[in-house]
Design a protein around this ligand. Structure first.
Ligand code: HEC
Length: 189
């Protein structure tokens, strides 16, 4: 009987001890690399292909980058746009109709159907919506509204001006040029 107790005690002690290991011992791992991948810093280097942060693939276009208009939102950018930006949209019946539709959706509620600044938004904060065909009131370009160039108008749509918010997230580059064409052809004169 005593021998049996001795044997059982011995087995228990062996089982008990064999279950002990270091706190951080994870036991058997089938694919250790899956659990502990090498930790690479974003802008560090590695031995496989050099830098960790790779250059974007060729032809990548940065968000917000425009192909036909690269002027910043400053007054200098505005003046430069007026001098050098070119509207590549061909003026014809279709493009004018498209510009008119876009103007109706994005500008008319403030600037009015005929561009006189009498849209349906009557809040005092927008009281100074300028008349597109105003030949007297000089704007920041040093010319009145009816002499604003395509680049000025594109700039105003893209970056806004005071109470007029930027419309860059609402109208694409091409749509902006369509609106510019419509404003210049139909409302500025
Ligand atoms: C929320 C009302 C509102 C909307 C919408 C709006 N505008 Fe304006 N816009 C204004 C106001 C107000 C001004 C005058 C800002 C100032 O002089 O401080 C202005 C000014 C302008 C100017 C003159 C900028 C300059 O350089 O002097 C142009 C051009 C213009 N808007 C075009 C547009 C076009 C095109 C759209 C549609 C894509 C549009 N706006 C949408 C309110 C609006």
């Amino acid at each position: 009987m005593n021998r049996l107790i001795l044997k059982l005690t011995f087995i228990l002690v062996v089982v008990f001890l064999s279950s002990c290991g270091g706190d951080s011992d994870p036991g058997y791992e089938f694919m250790p690399n899956m659990y502990r991948s090498p930790s690479l810093e974003t802008y560090g280097e590695n031995t496989i292909n050099g830098m960790n942060a790779q250059l974007p693939v060729e032809g990548t276009i940065a968000r917000g980058h425009l192909l036909t208009f690269n002027y910043d939102g400053t007054l200098d950018g505005y003046l430069a746009a007026g001098n050098t930006a070119v509207n590549l949209i061909e003026d014809n019946k279709e493009t004018r109709a498209e510009g008119k539709a876009l103007y109706g959706m994005f500008c008319e509620h403030c600037h009015g159907a005929t561009g006189t600044g009498d849209g349906t938004i009557k809040h005092a904060i927008y009281s100074a919506v300028p008349h597109y065909n105003d030949g007297k009131l000089f704007r920041r370009a040093g010319v009145p509204m009816n002499e604003l160039k395509a680049g000025h108008i594109f700039h105003a749509i893209t970056y806004g001006l005071n109470a007029m918010g930027p419309h860059a997230s609402q109208v694409t580059e091409e749509e902006r040029w369509l609106i510019v064409n419509y404003v210049q052809q139909e409302l500025q004169n």
